[in-house]
Design a protein around this ligand. Structure first.
Ligand code: NAD
Ligand code: UDP
Length: 342
């Protein structure tokens, strides 16, 4: 039996593929390379092979679009799929405001295509990549899973709508097992430096931008806002190492296999750090290469956002282990390897 990873060559998918392969699972990936590179396939195999011999039977990659129902049926026909982890989707908030129809088409229709195939081939277990963005402006901190939801942009709404679709699918078929994972802010890279976050174009997110300043690709970081109501005036987020996050998916999978029904989990560390905390931690590992200036607040940003992670700890037996310094160190290592500075 295999686990199907949609978007499995992307940032979080590739780290999860490594963890799954190393734990003895067989993995099948579908990815259309819209935000990833085929070289990641080789790198996943290379890392996983350090723990286990990986053959074409253990790790298969299909390049194509999840909305292509013929391809999806072919994948389910050619492989014995036991569970699916659904990462595939477009994820840039700003872009989603400019191209809402593209976001709705890609994120919603790919999910429908997947759910139809799962239904046809009687595959019952699904992990879905949701986001803390579904909480919008939460009324208090930390954020619990039962807080009110409400997104403020098309990307966030695709996540909310998909969560609703999954709840309806479960209401109609209670033999389904679905884990909706709401990620907080994934950063960091694999210790090998072979896989990490490498967005196309100018990064929207903080960490890849910092990494490019540290390696000389950009002159300085703009810190959006230093007048927030936080300990140093810059915005606070719950940063979680991508390897910890990947391990959370294995725990969720284990839970699904015990027939848990539909469950929602926050995946974060439960601790908030400011933009300046992150920059200072990064500077301590790269030798003070990250110059910054303060710039106006970014529209739509909240001042503070961090998770309560008790549910994941109690029910999945999962907690994040890596600290901020490790997140910075692994990100820098990945960026240096990529820019061949080391
Ligand atoms: P990513 O862009 O690196 O990975 C997504 C992958 O899906 C890419 O490889 C892309 O090529 C592929 N893809 C997109 N549309 C596809 C389609 N129609 N068919 C086939 N492949 C397709 O993103 P990521 O950071 O790894 O995020 C994975 C998931 O987690 C996404 O759904 C994202 O919305 C969600 N998420 C990410 C973050 C974050 O900060 N990275 C936070 C919360 C939630
Ligand atoms: N941020 C910043 N400069 C950048 C990118 C981001 O100051 O170039 C800030 C952003 O305003 C937010 C935090 O860093 O307060 C995290 O932003 P990111 O986009 O990484 O994640 P978000 O929490 O917005 O999903």
């Amino acid at each position: 039996m295999s686990v199907l990873l949609t978007g499995g060559l992307g940032y979080i998918g590739s780290h999860t593929a490594v963890e799954l392969l190393q734990s003895g699972e067989d993995v099948v990936v579908i990815d259309n390379l819209s935000n990833s590179n085929i070289k990641t396939k080789t790198n996943i195999k290379k890392i996983a092979s350090e723990k286990r011999k990986i053959s074409a039977k253990n790790f298969k990659v299909y390049i194509g679009d999840l909305r292509d129902t013929n391809l999806v049926e072919k994948i389910f026909t050619e492989n014995k799929i036991d569970s699916v982890i659904h990462f595939a989707g477009l994820k840039a908030v700003g872009e989603s405001v400019k191209k809402p129809l593209e976001y709705y088409d890609n994120n919603i229709n790919s999910t429908l295509s997947l759910l139809k195939a799962m239904n046809k081939f009687k595959v019952k277990n699904l992990v879905f990549s949701s986001s803390a963005t579904v909480y919008g402006q939460a009324k208090s901190m930390p954020i619990y899973e039962d807080f009110e939801v409400g997104a403020t942009n098309p990307y966030g709404r695709t996540k909310l709508f998909i969560e609703e679709i999954l709840k309806d699918a479960y209401a109609a078929d209670s033999t389904l097992n679905i884990a909706i994972l709401r990620y907080f802010n994934p950063i960091g890279a694999h210790d090998s430096g072979l896989i990490g976050e490498d967005p196309n174009g100018i990064p929207n997110n903080l960490m890849p931008y910092i990494s490019r300043v540290a390696t000389g690709r950009y002159d300085h970081l703009n810190i959006f806002g230093n007048d927030y109501n936080t300990h140093d005036g810059t915005a606070v987020r719950d940063y979680i190492h991508v390897v910890d996050l990947a391990k959370g998916h294995l725990k969720a999978l284990k839970k699904l296999r015990k027939n848990c029904g539909l469950q929602i989990y926050n995946l974060g560390t439960g601790v908030g750090y400011s933009v300046l905390d992150l920059v200072n931690a990064y500077n301590s590992v790269c030798g003070n290469k990250v110059k910054y200036i303060f710039a106006p607040r970014r529209p739509g940003d909240v001042d503070i956002c961090y998770a309560n992670v008790d549910k994941a700890k109690k029910e999945l037996g999962w907690t994040a282990k890596r600290n901020l310094k490790n997140m910075c160190k692994t990100s820098y290592n990945f960026e240096c390897k990529k820019s061949k500075l080391k």
